[in-house]
Design a protein around this ligand. Structure first.
Ligand SMILES: C[S@@+](CC[C@H](N)C(=O)[O-])C[C@H]1O[C@@H](n2cnc3c(N)ncnc32)[C@H](O)[C@@H]1O
Length: 403
């Protein structure tokens, strides 16, 4: 592979914004990729994938390059040099790459590969937490979470069948394959931009990881039910629920943030989902009005996001232990307050995209032994681990309210 100056510079500029100005990687890349209309899909992939790779391996590469944050521009080039060397890419003779110590880079890589927190490129505190919560399993999970995520689609049965989506994408040279036990999922065989296809624009599918698709399946929505998705965000799971209900009955999609619900409504129109009502949670009244009113409630709670680290590698560096403590309190508050919306005999699903027991099973157990949880019984739960599933890490628990 030959390195092109403007693509390397665009990567370095993106890294500067992500590392030194704490900007979100996906937003930075969205802007960077707008910079030059002449860039083709390969150029864009180079910038995006290289930037994400260097974000993912920041600690390891910084230790190898012997550079510290905040990274000066020459130091960002040193990180880039480590990336290129370890990926077997020939370093060009530009002034920025003078005296690249190729052998030393490879030697240090071998040396650091023996130390998990360096090999997996994670902060000390996260490594300690992983061991505390998952013991021996942590090794395999953090390694799986450092792999590049697959692109998975969820076919929208309100608009198309799986076969129709597969054929339509094939006409665009995009090959897909089915995923066992996830009936509406299609995995891309090679990465491609699916957002420019007519099939996407017409609402035939959404991009949604296979593990995330299992949450609505686990909830088992039925046509005619009233379902509350209380942490709906931009509606990834709301749209799935609406589709499984065949547009019959009602989905109430709630969130603290109006802008997320606005995006949800836009997506619902594209999906042809007509049974969704959005409600902003602007006071406790929003919840009180719905006490005892739902056949099923989904609590897709805010969490550490550790299960989706492959997709958001920059959260390794943004996540803080204090945030984790705060979010656990929020999870328990959400369980305590929002569970009241389940009607007698109804069901509650608590889900997170975390792999930590303290955000998952332990939260459910705490709730079940609390005053608020006394009317609920535990039915079943499922831990989806990245190492065994190959997809994102997720947790889901099904509880039932006594009649
Ligand atoms: C894991 S995300 C939801 C993702 C969404 N369900 C999906 O499938 O696309 C958690 C959501 O909870 C919302 N949230 C955070 N605190 C909340 C609270 N106290 N009540 C309701 N929603 C909350 C966040 O704004 C965020 O959209």
């Amino acid at each position: 592979m030959r390195l092109h100056r403007n693509l390397v510079f665009a990567t370095i500029d993106s890294l500067h914004l992500i590392f030194n100005e704490e900007k979100q990687a996906d937003k930075v890349l969205k802007n960077t990729l707008k910079r030059d209309k002449r860039w083709g899909s390969r150029d864009r992939s180079f910038i995006a994938e290289t930037t994400y790779d260097i974000v993912r391996w920041k600690r390891l590469y910084a230790e190898i390059a012997e550079v510290k944050e905040p990274f000066s521009r020459p130091n960002l080039f040193r990180l880039f040099t480590v990336w290129a060397t370890l990926n077997g890419i020939k370093i060009p003779d530009w002034p920025q790459f003078e005296d690249t110590p190729t052998r030393r880079i490879k030697g240090k890589f071998d040396e650091f590969s023996k130390i998990r927190k360096l090999r997996e490129s994670i902060p000390d505190w996260l490594d300690e937490l992983g061991v505390k919560e998952l013991g021996k399993k942590w090794d395999g999970e953090i390694s799986a979470l450092n792999q590049l995520a697959d692109v998975v689609l969820r076919v929208n049965p309100l608009k198309a069948t799986v076969k129709q989506v597969q054929n339509e994408l094939l006409d665009n040279d995009i090959r897909t394959e089915a995923i066992k036990n996830v009936p509406h999922a299609l995995k891309l065989k090679e990465r491609a931009n699916v957002f420019t296809t007519d099939a996407f624009k017409n609402g035939w599918f959404e991009v949604q990881d296979a593990s995330s698709q299992k949450v609505a399946q686990f909830l088992k929505p039925e046509p005619g039910m009233r379902i509350i998705d209380a942490c709906a965000g931009a509606g990834g799971k709301t749209l799935h629920i609406a589709a499984l209900m065949e547009n019959k009955g009602q989905v109430v999609a709630m969130d603290l943030y109006e802008n997320k619900l606005t995006e949800l409504k836009r997506r619902a129109r594209r999906n042809g989902a007509h049974n969704i009502e959005t409600r902003v949670i602007d006071s406790s009244k929003a919840i009180k009005k719905l006490i005892g009113k739902a056949d099923k409630v989904l609590l897709d709670a805010p969490c550490s996001g550790l299960g989706v680290l492959k997709r958001n590698p920059d959260s390794k560096w943004k996540l803080q232990p204090e945030f984790l403590e705060r979010i656990k309190n929020t999870q328990q508050e959400i369980l305590t307050s929002y569970s009241r919306m389940v009607k007698p005999g109804g069901q509650l699903v608590y889900a997170t995209c975390s792999i930590l027991p303290s955000e998952n099973k332990e939260q459910v157990n705490l709730f079940l032994t609390s005053e608020a949880g006394k009317d609920f019984t535990f039915v079943k739960d499922e831990n989806i681990m990245p190492s065994t599933s190959g997809f994102d890490g997720f947790y889901m628990a099904l509880l039932e309210k006594t009649k």
